[in-house]
Write a protein that binds this ligand. Structure first.
Ligand code: ADP
Ligand code: MG
Length: 321
């Protein structure tokens, strides 16, 4: 964070210890003829190298907008975004093209966007390499299909594969150019539970074994319980984070750990740089507020937020007792 803040030029400190993603106060306003939509409202997020994180949030909360920005497909109305030490909003168009080709890989929910139906799985994976200097295209494509568990169907045409199998080929394609950052927008959105697990295991393997930084947008609460870190976006901002408890850290790296329904993560509300936080709805309801005012205090080492009415009552009782 500090690195990005104090550096105004294109390059941030690119030592390997620098974060993979630093987003600062990202704002995105979509203007259509009659209305303006605030898709991102000051989003801050730092993701370390090799992390696998899940992003969750209601429909329309800004998840895809953020992912598209990370992928170099969209620009913000304000804010900063550094990926792998590069300032994404201060690149020439040539640098942007290189970034899209070399640094990021993208997997969408609708895999038709990544695939050619009449080519074989192998040919599909080789296609993006035609634009690069990669010499051993076939070998590399075969290796990638092995990583995603699709070697046995390499000669099948895409149209002959199931949705989940196509999705695995799409992941191999996204990996074709050896990206440091893999972005997946609801990659398990249209497959069954077992297939979702298999796809998720591939992402985990990429993160653990190959050090790829993976950002997955998902609706799947079950899958999101299995990652080290889940960030929730609400109204275009990070509102809370869930972090895997210490006792589950080994389970995250283990291939065949059987995850139950238990709570595996601790939840934290995120304080932004101006000291603002979004109080979870269910807690706010308990205050039974009549308007938008609360009383904030500090009692015995605890910061308190109270309904002004009950705060006043407590005070009066304190005086009369
Ligand atoms: N190209 C666009 N033009 C206008 N509004 C858009 C566009 N893309 C997204 N939006 C709006 O921005 C908000 C966030 O959208 P999006 O990032 O797709 O949310 P999510 O992926 O979390 O469902 C929504 O209100 C959506 O309607
Ligand atoms: Mg979306």
């Amino acid at each position: 964070m500090e690195n990005a803040e104090t550096t105004n030029n294109t390059e941030m400190n690119t030592g390997d210890s620098s974060p993979m993603i630093v987003a600062q106060n990202l704002v995105k306003i979509y203007k259509t003829r009659d209305i303006e939509v605030l898709a991102l409202q000051g989003l801050d997020l730092t993701v370390e190298r090799g992390e696998l994180i899940a992003i969750i949030g209601n429909s329309g909360s800004g998840k895809s907008t953020f992912l598209n920005m990370l992928g170099g497909l969209d620009t913000p109305s304000a804010g900063k975004l550094f990926v792998d030490g590069c300032n994404l909003f201060d690149m020439t168009s040539r640098e942007k093209e290189l970034y899209k080709k070399q640094t990021v890989g993208f997997v969408w929910q609708n895999n038709a966007r990544n695939l050619f139906p009449y080519l074989s799985a192998l040919e599909n994976v080789m296609t993006p390499m035609l634009l690069t200097k990669e010499k051993n295209r076939r070998e590399r494509a075969e290796h990638l299909l092995e990583i995603v568990g699709m070697s046995h169907r390499k000669t099948s045409r895409l149209a002959e594969l199931s949705g989940g199998e196509q999705q695995r080929v799409a992941i191999a394609i996204a990996l074709a150019n050896d990206p440091k950052l893999l972005l997946a927008d609801e990659p398990t959105g249209s497959v069954d539970k077992d297939t979702a697990d298999r796809i998720f295991d591939i992402f985990r393997k990429l993160s653990i074994e190959m050090g790829v930084t993976v950002v997955i947008v998902t609706h799947d609460v079950r899958l999101s319980k299995k990652v080290n870190r889940v960030v929730a976006i609400r109204d275009g901002r990070i509102s809370s984070e869930r972090i895997l408890r210490e006792q589950y850290k080994d389970a995250f790296s283990a291939q065949n750990y059987s995850w139950g329904n238990e709570e595996t993560q601790d939840e934290y509300v995120i304080l932004d740089r101006a000291g603002r936080l979004q109080i979870p709805d269910k807690l706010l309801k308990k205050l039974e507020l009549e308007d938008n005012k609360v009383t904030v205090g500090y009692e015995g080492g605890i910061l308190t937020i109270k309904n002004p009415k009950s705060a006043k009552e407590e005070k009066e009782q304190g005086i009369t007792e």
